[in-house]
Each structure stands twice: as structure tokens, then as C-alpha cells.
Design a protein around this ligand. Structure first.
Ligand code: GDP
Length: 197
């Protein structure tokens, strides 16, 4: 898919105020500093569509961007533990779980993880929550330029092993780098293919 247009539409903190039309949307989420803004800018070929860290931004809001006039890219805030609880859902901010559970237009989410780190409990918990809530998602490994190919393979495998402890099947996953455009076509093709279904 070629990105012909990408424009910021609206930021807000309530799902009820998100755009009302039925355009399909794809949401990007991950811990802060994972490289989400850089990835969004890379995917859309814009230098600063999403605000990268270091600049005060709309990090605690749901940000909608209209792409090619036909789908929304949604930049979600980083997740964290809202309270200590056995239920995985209660560990995440309410407006994030509200977004996933109420937003009918969502085709798929992308959970971003930094490829350099071992699987982190909070990311695994979040993916578990998504699985339990039957919300479709893919995994995007970021910053792949920081590792050599063999290390990339090892880290991805480690992740897959963790996920296979609680699922029989793996979600789709993508290895990306905002620095050298690795994975750009794969992510955009996935969006294009699922958008047509
Ligand atoms: P966000 O907080 O998740 O939006 O993360 P940012 O996009 O602001 O990135 C956090 C930091 O990681 C910044 O210093 C970026 O320059 C750096 N970064 C993001 N993506 C990449 C990448 O693909 N490769 C490398 N080497 N650095 C990256």
C-alpha cells in the first residue's frame, strides 16, 4: 500500500468521542519509549506525524490519523498497571480497555515490543488480556537495526516460546526498524489485506 495522505484528525481521552464514522482502524500500542511514534512516522513517510519522545505530546490520549481517506491509524497511550489485581484486565488503564472492548471499527491492534529486551511481564500480560478479550492483534518488534540477524532470530524465538506457553497459535508478528525501514512493506501489506476482508 502506498500512503498518499496522512492527516491528524482528533485526540481525546474518551472512546465515546472517537470519530463516529465506520472507517476501519488499526491501533498501535506499547510501553513508552518502545519506538511507537518513530514507527508511525516511518509507516506513513512523515517526519513528525506522531510526536516522538522528548517532546511534550499527547501521550495520554487516543490519537486518530486518517490515512488515504479510507482508514484510521490510531496512536494509543502507553499501558501500565492501574492496580494490583489478579484479573489481567484490571491491570490496564480503563480507557485503554474501553477502547478495545467498545471500538467496533477496530480491525487489528499492533502491540509493540523492543526487540532488544527479553519478554517483559507487562507486555505478556497485555497480550494475554487481548487474547482473553478476543481482540485481534499482531506483534511489532521495534528497533531491529540494533541487533544482528542471529540475535533478532533468537529474541523473536524467545518471545514465541513464551507465547506458546499459553496459546497454541502465534499472532502475526513483524520485525521492524524505523531507522532503516525494515518491515514497512510487511506491516502495510498486512493492513491492506485485512482491510479488504
Ligand atoms: P515512543 O515513546 O514509543 O513513541 O518512542 P519514540 O518513537 O519516541 O522512540 C524512543 C527512542 O527510541 C527515541 O530515541 C528514538 O530515536 C529511538 N528509536 C525509535 N525507533 C527506533 C529504531 O527503529 N531504531 C533505533 N535505533 N532507534 C529507534
Amino acid at each position: 500500500m502506498k500512503i498518499k495522505s496522512a492527516e491528524f484528525v482528533v485526540s481525546n481521552s474518551e472512546v465515546a468521542k472517537c470519530p463516529k464514522n465506520a472507517l476501519p482502524e488499526y491501533a498501535f500500542i506499547g510501553r513508552s519509549n518502545v519506538g511507537k511514534s518513530s514507527l508511525i512516522n516511518m509507516l506513513t513517510d512523515r517526519k513528525s506525524l506522531a510526536k516522538t519522545s522528548g517532546r511534550p505530546g499527547k501521550t495520554q490520549l487516543i490519537n486518530h490519523f486518517l490515512i488515504n481517506d479510507i482508514w484510521y491509524l490510531v496512536d494509543l497511550p502507553g499501558y501500565g498497571y492501574a492496580r494490583v489485581s489478579k484479573s489481567s484486565k484490571k491491570k490496564f488503564q480503563k480507557f485503554i480497555t474501553d477502547y478495545f472492548e467498545k471500538r467496533q471499527q477496530l480491525v487489528s491492534a499492533f502491540v509493540l515490543v523492543d526487540i532488544r529486551h527479553k519478554p517483559q511481564p507487562i507486555d505478556l500480560e497485555f497480550m494475554k488480556y487481548m487474547g482473553e478479550s478476543e481482540i485481534p492483534f499482531g506483534i511489532i518488534f521495534t528497533k531491529a537495526d540494533k541487533l544482528k540477524p542471529l540475535a533478532i532470530e533468537r529474541h523473536v524465538n524467545e518471545y514465541c516460546q513464551e507465547l506458546l506457553k499459553f496459546w497454541e497459535e502465534l499472532p502475526p508478528y513483524f520485525v521492524t526498524s524505523a531507522s532503516n525501514y525494515t518491515g514497512k512493506d510487511e506491516v502495510l501489506n498486512f493492513i491492506e489485506e485485512t482491510n479488504e476482508e
